[in-house]
Design a protein around this ligand. Structure first.
Ligand SMILES: [Zn+2]
Length: 238
């Protein structure tokens, strides 16, 4: 397996699109190799089935231009940094050998999102330890980047996704069972309300405005970003 540029993890199908879909589309446009990993099949979701959600996830990946999407089948509603779950994460990291890993922010109203964050962080760390045995070569990614779920944070940096915004929204709409009332056999959820659509658009517009652009996605890192030449850095206004 050749090294992958980016491995993006989500607790459920649709988390990745919501948190960093625009940035992933931009990386695809720049010729980067991307792999998406859904950690659960979303079997506890109020709307849709495991099968429809997998179909929707495949379609969403196509819209973003990503060829590879996997599901590691951990239990929905019970994502934990157990030894078995950590092993599954280490194995997928060592298989794709990414430089960057995208994961949900560690604070979130949905416990799975917070636990996914912790689980992938631990897995990314363990993947770099040669004595953690999986029968694969060890691999330490360069950095873990946190994307927003429900909770916001003050971003370490913001990516301009103005040119990819409509593709991101199209990828989100691919999850018709979650975001539309097309199939009325399921009850309404907060995701099917117009307020959610406004929230998604409004947030991207807000973070875009902070860097003087139309739309943006914010990311958090645990460390700091090195700037090679302050004269060439693009700063927001002070
Ligand atoms: Zn989720």
């Amino acid at each position: 397996m050749t090294d992958t540029d980016v491995l993006a993890f989500g607790a459920h199908p649709d988390d990745i699109e919501l948190g960093c879909g625009g940035t992933l589309a931009k990386l695809v446009d720049a010729g980067r190799s991307i792999v998406l990993v859904d950690m659960t099949r979303g079997e506890l979701g109020t709307r849709g089935t495991v099968e429809t959600r997998w179909e929707e996830a495949r379609k969403a990946a196509q819209i973003l231009g990503v060829a590879t999407r996997e599901n590691i089948g951990l239990p929905d509603g019970d994502l934990r940094a157990t030894p078995a779950a950590k092993r599954a994460v280490v194995e997928v990291i060592r298989r794709f050998r990414p430089q960057l890993i995208f994961v949900p922010y560690w604070c979130d109203r949905h416990p799975d999102h917070a636990h996914a964050s912790e689980l992938v962080y631990e897995g990314a760390f363990l993947a770099g330890l040669p004595r953690y045995e999986t029968g694969q070569a060890s691999h330490r990614p360069k950095q873990v980047l946190y994307y927003m779920g429900w909770e916001e944070f003050s971003p370490s940096f913001i990516v301009d996704i103005s040119a990819q915004f409509e593709r991101k929204m199209e990828a989100i709409r691919a999850y018709a069972s979650q975001f539309t009332l097309a199939d009325s056999t399921y009850p309404e959820t907060c995701l099917t309300t117009p307020a959610t659509d406004r929230l998604i658009r409004g947030r991207m517009a807000y973070y875009g405005a902070l860097i003087g652009k139309e739309y943006g996605e914010g990311f958090l890192i645990r460390g700091v970003l090195e700037v090679e030449d302050p004269m060439k850095a693009r700063f927001s206004s002070f």
